[in-house]
Design a protein around this ligand. Structure first.
Ligand code: ATP
Ligand code: TZE
Ligand code: MG
Length: 283
């Protein structure tokens, strides 16, 4: 799948980024890519609803026996280790291998990567299977880049995303993946270039699985433009953040923001993306 680009020569960088974000969201809506999610029990509902409200088609299939037939048919795969158990790991690895072999992008969410040696080892083994994108919070990306078990707040971050820029760059260089770090500024890097997406509201951290859900949205955006993975990743983060900003105007707290975020992602239009997207080069 490929999106039509709306780039126009000579336009300022910010305009080109917001046009790119809108073009990709439009393409997700028109092509409705099938996104397989092997994800934690906490996130399944919000992740599936995030994908549906953006126009993609989610499928939470994770049984080892059905992967050889199913995974080669999807447009992208999202693997999230949030509620990891030894029983699930072989399916995560097989799905990643099948996606890679069939030329489909796959995105890794290394939830709480530094919380235990079992989890860290599993995440490092998944990184070996060539994810297209790795998206985590600051603490997760630092733990993965250092390959070390760290003092932890579990699935939450004890770092700002900006603390993790060097870790993100070294992880990108070592793995070949585009690496994204979520936070007040979402950081995206290919190991050299660093881009920031400055959308979103802090209340999004008070809804469980918003990070998991934006990882799945990244899979959907990358699936429709596999030749511009960094741009698609930054665009997905920006669009999700804009939905948070729009939702926050109607919300009274985390529970109502969850509902309004999904409604806003569904309703977001071209004028809104073009006026709200804030994506900039940081290096
Ligand atoms: N301080 C902030 N201001 C604005 N947006 C934020 C802020 N912190 C996080 N976000 C946004 O919230 C979403 C979730 O990011 P977060 O870093 O909390 O992920 P996470 O820790 O992996 O979450 P989870 O594990 O619950 O899924 C992202 O879209 C991110 O851009
Ligand atoms: C709360 C929680 N615990 C394991 S996964 C998850 C969802 C947010 O990452
Ligand atoms: Mg997370």
């Amino acid at each position: 799948m490929e999106s039509e680009s709306n780039y126009k020569e000579g336009e300022p960088e910010a305009t080109m980024w917001s046009q790119k974000a809108w073009a990709l969201l439009s393409t997700v809506r028109s092509q409705s890519p099938l996104i397989q999610c092997i994800t934690n029990f906490v996130s399944m509902d919000l992740m599936a609803n995030t994908l549906l409200s953006a126009g993609a088609s989610p499928a939470m299939l994770h049984t080892l026996e059905e992967l050889p037939e199913f995974t080669p048919q999807v447009h992208a795969l999202c693997v999230n280790v949030g509620t990891l158990s030894a029983g699930w790991l072989p399916a995560m690895k097989l799905a990643a291998e099948l996606a890679h072999k069939s030329g489909k992008p796959w995105v890794l969410d290394p939830v709480a990567a530094g919380a235990s040696s079992f989890r860290l080892k599993a995440c490092l083994e998944l990184v070996e299977l060539k994810p297209t994108v790795i998206r985590g919070n600051g603490s997760e990306i630092i733990a993965l880049a250092k390959a070390s078990v760290e003092p932890t707040k579990g699935v939450d971050s004890s770092h700002e995303s900006t603390d993790a820029v060097e870790s993100a760059k070294s992880l990108a260089q070592a793995s070949g993946a585009i690496v994204a770090v979520s936070g007040a500024v979402d950081i995206v890097t290919d190991g050299k270039k660093v881009v920031g997406a400055h959308n979103g509201v802090a209340m999004m951290t008070k809804i469980t699985a918003t990070g998991c859900s934006v990882t799945a949205l990244i899979a959907a955006f990358v699936s429709v433009d596999q030749s511009h993975v960094l741009e698609a990743t930054a665009s997905a983060l920006s669009v999700f953040g804009i939905a948070g900003e729009m939702g926050m105007k109607m919300a009274n707290g985390p529970a109502s923001l969850r509902m309004h975020l999904i409604d806003s992602l569904y309703g977001i239009d071209e004028a809104c993306v073009l006026s709200h997207a804030k994506i900039t080069s940081l290096s």
